[in-house]
Design a protein around this ligand. Structure first.
Ligand SMILES: Nc1ncnc2c1ncn2[C@@H]1O[C@H](COP(=O)(O)OP(=O)(O)OP(=O)(O)O)[C@@H](O)[C@H]1O
Length: 250
């Protein structure tokens, strides 16, 4: 079995008397999509916030790429290759898709001395930005203003912007939210193609997408990881069916 890239050990986060994450140990290995599922309030967002450095755990550790990152600030984690997409990326609506990705490439390359206007024209930024747009299926939409993209396309754009940092692990927070069936299916195809280069921790409520995409699934209920395994194992797990999946997967 491959060594994990990202690993938490017994992560605990309390809010007053509530255990939002209760000794959660989870890992992400090279080439895989590991999905984290569970009912509302199970602690998924709290776990991701601890991984990104937004929330400090009360106890437990987080290791990434050979480093103990438990107390590192967010930007240091990003620099090590821990990326995040959705719900934080700031797409500039009045810039084109290509310009947005070029700016993300610039941001990750640390060219902060350049002016914004330059970044939009700079071929050394636009060339990798074009490749990233191709990778997420937006190659033909580079010259379209971000504000004119469909909801699904904006999600693809955010994904391209997250990939600009070439993350070894990508945290995806509900990427399918608000998407129609066709858009979700397209995104599933792109994510599947990307996972060899960018392992992923996927938080998603759309169980069809989860069971299509995940190599492994961990189920969180009341802050506790009650089961972890392949999609087949999770589907067959009596405790999971009772606590969460219910009739949905019957
Ligand atoms: N800042 C906070 N202060 C107090 N309680 C919080 C805070 N953040 C989260 N909680 C509580 O911790 C628990 C876990 O919440 P969290 O948002 O992590 O769950 P979730 O699995 O992401 O839910 P959802 O699927 O609805 O996004 C919930 O009971 C929530 O009310």
């Amino acid at each position: 079995m491959k060594e994990p890239l990202l690993r938490t050990e017994r992560l605990v986060k309390r809010y007053g008397g509530l255990l939002a994450t209760d000794n959660v140990s989870i890992d992400v290995r090279p080439g895989e999509i590991h999905a984290l599922i569970g009912p509302n309030g199970a602690g998924k967002t709290t776990l991701v916030h601890q991984l990104t450095g937004v929330v400090a755990p009360d106890s437990g550790t987080i290791h990434f790429a050979g480093h103990d990152i438990t107390r590192l600030p967010t930007h240091a984690r990003v620099r090590l290759g821990l990326g995040r997409s959705f719900q934080i990326t700031s797409v500039l609506r009045e810039f084109t898709a290509l310009e947005n990705v070029a700016l993300a490439v610039q941001g990750h390359a640390g060219h902060s001395f350049r002016f914004l206007a330059d970044a939009r024209r700079d071929e050394t930024l636009r060339a990798p930005a074009r490749r990233l747009l191709d990778e997420v299926g937006l190659g033909a939409r580079g010259s379209v203003l971000a504000s004119a993209l469909s909801h699904g396309e904006q999600r693809q754009l955010e994904l391209a912007m997250a990939l600009a940092g070439d993350p070894t692990v990508l945290l995806l927070d509900e990427p399918m939210a608000g998407m129609g069936v066709e858009e979700s299916q397209r995104l599933i195809g792109f994510l599947r193609a990307l996972k060899q280069k960018h392992a992923m921790l996927l938080i998603e409520h759309d169980m069809d997408a989860v069971f299509q995409l995940a190599d492994r699934i961990t189920v969180l209920v009341y802050g506790r990881a009650i089961a972890s395994g392949t999609p087949g194992e999770i589907r067959a797990n009596a405790e999971v069916r009772q606590a969460y999946l219910g009739e949905e997967m019957a």
